[in-house]
Design a protein around this ligand. Sequence first.
Ligand SMILES: CC(C)(COP(=O)(O)OP(=O)(O)OC[C@H]1O[C@@H](n2cnc3c(N)ncnc32)[C@H](O)[C@@H]1OP(=O)(O)O)[C@@H](O)C(=O)NCCC(=O)NCCS
Length: 153
Amino acid sequence: MSAVPREEVSYRRMRPTDLGVVADLEKSLYAFPWSLGNFRDSVQAGYDCWVACHGDQVIGYAILMVALDEAHLLNIAVASGWQRRGIGRAFLDYILGVAREAKCEIVYLEVRPSNLAARQMYREAGFQQIAIRPSYYPARGGREDALFLGITL
Ligand SMILES: CC(C)(COP(=O)(O)OP(=O)(O)OC[C@H]1O[C@@H](n2cnc3c(N)ncnc32)[C@H](O)[C@@H]1OP(=O)(O)O)[C@@H](O)C(=O)NCCC(=O)NCCS
């Protein structure tokens, strides 16, 4: 599928009225999704909660937790019908810009070793592996490690 021109995708802060759509997207994208309550808590906690939109349609979302000069990217996702068109990478760059604006010096995240798409996206963006967190994620038939990645801004 062809890339979506950058100017066709806009970013804005997540609103309470987005929570249902975001939670539905989450359910469609992850075997172990966040609940709507997890997203609501993130908004209420003051995390940087963003959506990517095509026109009025929410096609992606990201949650960034900023603490002093560090940030943790807790979630980033693109609706399946919009994937592989450059949106994830552009959105990630935007979120790194948000962290930079907040004067963060480093952004961390966890990713499943089995999530090859996300790992490739993070690698291309410049993230590097820092550590492995054993049995971090729930998985079918047990637990899965997390790769702990970071990027210096
Ligand atoms: C990871 C995710 C956000 C990528 O979004 P996207 O819009 O498809 O990403 P892009 O089109 O910008 O692709 C960026 C790069 O990621 C890699 N990539 C993306 N999807 C891939 C796939 N299915 N297989 C292999 N590499 C892939 C490629 O290197 C791609 O660059 P290329 O298209 O030039 O080869 C998306 O797959 C997603 O939402 N997945 C489910 C949620 C998730 O796993 N989030 C990350 C949690 S840590």
